[in-house]
Design a protein around this ligand. Structure first.
Ligand code: SF4
Length: 248
């Protein structure tokens, strides 16, 4: 399937979104709530682009728009810039101190009237990526709760959740670093709960929680060696090198 983005032709596969084709080809479409490996959420709306089919054109969110043969996409127009500025302004009002929002403010030269800025130190933009990450794991420990201005991501009743395994996937996927994860003396604290950390048997660094390991072992029905990702990669690379030397 062929589509055009900013005048150049690109190949796409049926079922792909505009964002997937753009990212694969190194085309920058701004987004906070899109992450590779996750289906688009269309929440932050920063990825607005213009799509033309024949004589008709419309503004769509690239992260949720499935490509069609022959469409022509424009990633920057005066109208799109104006819309993105409005969206950034709303994000700024919600999370005025957040460094990621501040980067966008600078890039798009957005200026918010002082009297509208609410300084309540909330970095969350309610995109829901963390909730998706937790759902994908199968833990479903957090969700978007409440409505209107009290809407937030939380565990049920803000209590420490028995379903949370302290894996930190939610914090890792958060585009604005809004989820607080602290580690000290072998304990990780997240969502009001403390978790024992486990050390890598090779490098000796803490790398995950006991609950997360147990969860994975139960899922895979196996007892794996406790090795962190970095050491796993190193060991695979050296095994590969050994077999390569053996051949030659
Ligand atoms: S740390 Fe808890 S809430 Fe966050 S993704 Fe893991 S299980 Fe879900």
């Amino acid at each position: 399937m062929l589509i055009k983005i900013d005048g150049k032709t690109y190949k796409g596969h049926p079922g792909e979104t505009l964002m997937e084709v753009a990212r694969r080809n190194g085309i920058n479409i701004p987004s906070l709530c899109y992450k590779k490996g996750f289906e688009g959420l269309g929440r932050c709306r920063l990825c607005l682009v213009e799509v033309s089919e024949g004589k008709r054109s419309k503004i769509v969110s690239a992260c949720v728009y499935p490509i069609k043969e022959g469409i022509e996409v424009t990633t920057i127009t005066d109208e799109i810039i104006k819309m993105r500025k409005d969206i950034i302004l709303l994000l700024l009002l919600r999370a005025p101190d957040n460094e990621y929002i501040q980067q966008l403010v600078k890039e798009y030269e957005v200026k918010a009237p002082e009297r509208y800025i609410q300084n309540d130190n909330d970095d969350c933009i309610l995109c829901g990526l963390c909730v998706k990450a937790c759902e994908k794991l199968g833990t479903k420990a957090i969700s978007l709760v409440n409505r209107g201005i009290t809407k937030k991501v939380s565990t049920p009743y803000d209590d420490p959740s028995k379903d949370c395994i302290g894996c930190g996937a939610c914090a890792e996927t958060c585009p604005t670093n809004a989820i607080k994860l602290e580690e000290s003396n072998g304990i990780r604290t997240i969502w009001n709960r403390d978790f024992d950390l486990v050390k890598c048997s090779i490098c000796g660094k803490y790398y995950t929680t006991l609950d997360a390991l147990k969860f994975i072992e139960d899922k895979l029905a196996s007892n794996e060696e406790h090795i962190c990702d970095t050491c796993k990669k190193k060991s695979t690379a050296s095994k590969f090198k050994e077999s390569f030397q053996h051949i030659y």
